[in-house]
Design a protein around this ligand. Structure first.
Ligand code: PRP
Length: 218
């Protein structure tokens, strides 16, 4: 970890796109676009700041171990991994970006309320196993959780599961696959997380970013 520079970890896609305007407000331009470039370390117009492009679920790991000084991750990711990561992370700011929701979705025509009420076991496919377990436990609904790593929408269509728990943003993916939202599990936005050691040793470098991000989201 370089003492005179900062590394920000984030994922490409929605979070990267929504972070660019925040960086711009601090006067920082990013030279590459990860959608077009294969580069994983991106330089910025500020010599002391570089970006790491990592998988969304890996952002807390990079920040926890100090390979990145700070990072931007969705509430879904932080919640799913909160127990494992709470030690080395400081979570100061809700950036109010990449807003979406975590939902239960089912095939159009599937009577979710009835399935839940009659107390039958529900098969739920998701990559958010912890959140899903807690959600249904709080409702007193018995579920068999099937862990998937992507394309969750296929599960109800193929008979693998009755329902999925996944991110919904525009609703376009559900619609294209003849699925409907049955219930909201939690609203999601992205949070800035900071390595606790960096917060002390690099306070001078970090603070202007923390202040600017906080200001930009007000
Ligand atoms: C998420 C989610 C859905 C899609 C929903 O995937 O898994 O597939 O977005 O968005 P929509 O409601 O606007 O259609 P994402 O693109 O984040 O990639 P992922 O599958 O790697 O999570």
């Amino acid at each position: 970890m370089n003492e005179n520079s900062l590394t920000l970890a984030l994922s490409k896609g929605r979070i990267f796109e929504d972070t660019l305007p925040l960086l711009k407000q601090v006067g920082i331009e990013v030279h590459d676009n990860p959608e077009h470039s294969r580069k994983l370390i991106l330089a910025t117009s500020e010599a002391s700041l570089r970006l790491l492009i990592v998988r969304a679920s890996d952002v807390p790991t990079y920040v926890q171990y100090g390979a990145a000084d700070f990072g931007i991750a969705g509430r879904d990711i932080l919640y799913e991994y909160s127990k494992e990561y709470s030690g080395g992370l400081y979570q100061p700011i809700d950036l109010q970006i990449a807003k979406c929701r975590l939902c239960v979705a089912v095939r159009a025509g599937f009577d979710y309320q009835k399935a839940v009420q009659k107390g039958s076991r529900l098969r739920v496919a998701t990559k958010y196993t912890k959140i899903t377990r807690e959600h249904f436990a709080a409702k007193g609904v018995h579920v068999d959780i099937i862990k998937l790593y992507g394309s969750m929408e296929l599960a109800p269509l193929t008979g693998l599961a009755d329902a999925i728990v996944d991110i919904v943003s525009t609703g376009g993916t559900l619609k294209a696959n003849n699925l409907v939202e049955a219930e909201t599990v939690m609203p999601i936005s992205s949070r800035l997380i900071v390595n606790q050691a960096a917060l002390k040793t690099k306070a001078q470098l970090l603070q202007p970013y923390l202040d600017a991000f906080a200001q930009a989201t007000r």
